[in-house]
Design a protein around this ligand. Structure first.
Ligand SMILES: Cc1cc2nc3c(=O)[nH]c(=O)nc-3n(C[C@H](O)[C@H](O)[C@H](O)COP(=O)(O)OP(=O)(O)OC[C@H]3O[C@@H](n4cnc5c(N)ncnc54)[C@H](O)[C@@H]3O)c2cc1C
Length: 500
């Protein structure tokens, strides 16, 4: 982490670039900028983001909501937050003509390929204009990580470190006009058809506090069923993705509540929640270490397995893909989940996994297109978690247990009275509801045969060992299915498919 400067830097202007860190509290770049004579905040709405296949107007709308709150909070501290549209180098160039700045501060980002390319362009622009760009970590993700050994201890060290100094007061350069946050309409985007949860730092803290104050008491039981998860899970994911609250603050507030020990049932629930915060960074680290998992199989031994991976000869079954995206597969639990997700932008973990398992095993679709579609639906889209999970649930990581979810069993276990299904698929039982688009038994049998066949090869075992060394967790307590295989590859529980 870049050190905080001990002394004020006079006669200079600092530019704080806000990206996935739309908050004031525990914000290292802001704390650093406080030491400068003048400071400006900047949010850039980039055309590469708007046109990327993962971006949906719901993400933009949530961002604008967060930015409006942030602009107010920063203005009360004397820091103007400029909102500009354009590519980063263009925006920096224009801004530098208006306000010569020599220092740029931001958080590190583990994003999709477009943001990585953008960061390279920003670094190049800074070098050629004599601007000093300092990036600070804000999660447990470690840049240029040499080995996963000791990663969990490093995560704990970062999360237990003190928050960044409070950002209290700034001076804006003279003559700077505050910009107005644009609307979706002004950005040329369609209005949303359903409301989103509130964005911004205040909403993030209210969500966390309500969870820690008691909403989370049933967390472990509530998180699997779509009937109870929306209320019983923390619902912090979009806030963490947009950085309206820091991972460190969530971690420390949770640990403090566990340590208080006043409510053993809540403490038990919160311990389950706390370990998921580590998973968040564990999965992001995979994308940081291997950016290509965004578009190609982690285990190259499964290349060519499914149509659509650039190697397989057959075309993607577009009718199946479309039915899945529309929630019209004829499998009621799958369709209900997809429709909830499309409407609300959120779905609990188990049901996300079931949707992907259905696409991957029942429909034999490659994960990239379904993954892009889901990325647009998930308000909390976080590339590192998303692509790691897409591959894990599709059986292409080479190291994780194959989990094939049975939609009927999920319905029986988590919606035994059919309440959830009837809410989202009201036409069930009528002629308007489609017949199943695939024969489950035959499709799953074929999927298992194809995947087991590949996993048994010597090449797959050798590759799995290498993947485990690079990406696998070194510690129990990390996500199920990510425990080490034996070096011989004979890791029975991890290599065998399970029907959930
Ligand atoms: C195919 C697939 C794609 C996913 N894509 C995303 C994504 O883009 N963004 C995202 O935040 N989560 C993703 N998840 C993980 C998980 O489903 C969500 O984090 C969770 O449902 C969000 O709701 P919550 O905040 O109430 O979670 P809680 O259960 O309250 O968990 C708290 C936080 O822990 C983290 N977390 C929880 N479960 C996981 C997990 N399995 N892996 C990694 N981190 C986890 C998240 O940051 C979450 O906000 C995905 C899961 C699957 C199966």
């Amino acid at each position: 982490m870049a050190p905080f400067r001990a002394v004020a830097v006079s006669g200079a202007t600092a530019l704080v670039w806000f990206k996935r860190d739309l908050r004031v509290r525990d914000h290292a770049p802001l704390a650093e900028a406080m030491r400068f004579d003048n400071a400006i905040g900047l949010v850039v709405i980039e055309p590469q983001w708007l046109s990327s296949p993962e971006c949906d107007p719901r993400h933009v709308s949530f961002l604008l909501d967060c930015v409006a709150g942030l602009q107010r909070d920063l203005a009360s501290r004397g820091l103007p937050l400029l909102v500009r549209t354009g590519t980063m180098p263009q925006v920096l160039q224009t801004l530098r003509q208006e306000f010569p700045f020599a220092h740029l501060f931001s958080h590190e980002e583990t994003g999709s390929a477009w943001s990585y390319t953008r960061d390279l362009a920003v670094a190049q622009w800074c070098r050629s204009h004599g601007v000093d760009w300092t990036e600070f970590p804000q999660t447990g993700v470690v840049r240029r990580l040499a080995s996963r050994a000791g990663w969990a201890a490093r995560w704990a060290q970062r999360m237990n470190a003190p928050e960044a100094p409070a950002a209290l007061a700034f001076r804006a350069p003279p003559g700077l006009a505050q910009t107005v946050v644009p609307t979706l309409f002004e950005l040329g985007l369609p209005a949303l058809s359903a409301p989103l949860p509130q964005g911004g730092e205040q909403a993030a803290w209210a969500t966390l506090n309500s969870f820690l104050d008691g909403r989370g008491r049933d967390y472990r039981r509530a998180l699997s069923s779509p009937l109870t998860a929306a209320e019983g899970c923390s619902r912090l994911s979009a806030h963490l993705a947009f950085g309206t609250i820091s991972m460190r603050c969530v971690h420390q507030a949770t640990e403090a509540r566990i340590a208080a020990g006043s409510d053993p049932r809540l403490a038990y629930a919160l311990r389950g929640f706390a370990s998921r915060l580590r998973w968040h960074c564990h999965f992001m680290q995979k994308l940081e270490d291997e950016p290509a998992i965004e578009w190609r199989n982690l285990a190259r031994s499964v290349d060519g397995l499914r149509p659509g991976d650039g190697v397989h000869a057959s075309p993607v079954n577009l009718a199946h893909l479309q039915a899945w995206c529309e929630g019209r597969t004829g499998y009621p639990m799958v369709d209900a989940c997809m429709r909830q997700l499309r409407t609300t932008g959120w779905l609990n973990f188990r049901m996300r996994a079931m949707l992907v398992s259905f696409a991957a095993y029942h429909l034999w679709l490659h994960w990239r297109e379904p993954g892009l579609f889901l990325a647009r639906q998930f308000l909390d889209f976080e590339p590192g978690i998303h692509w790691s999970q897409m591959q894990m649930q599709s059986g292409t990581t080479g190291i994780n247990t194959l989990r094939i979810y049975s939609p009927a069993k999920q319905a029986l276990d988590h919606d035994p009275l059919g309440l959830y299904i009837r809410q989202w698929v009201p036409e069930i039982g009528t002629a308007a509801y489609p017949a199943p688009i695939v024969d489950e038994r035959a499709a799953v049998a074929a999927a298992k045969a194809a995947l087991y066949g590949l996993r048994q090869t010597r090449a797959a075992h050798t590759e799995a060992d290498a993947i485990q060394r690079k990406h696998g967790s070194r510690k129990s307590g990390l996500p199920p299915g990510t425990r080490p295989r034996s070096r011989s590859g004979e890791a029975a529980p991890a290599g065998q498919g399970q029907l959930f």
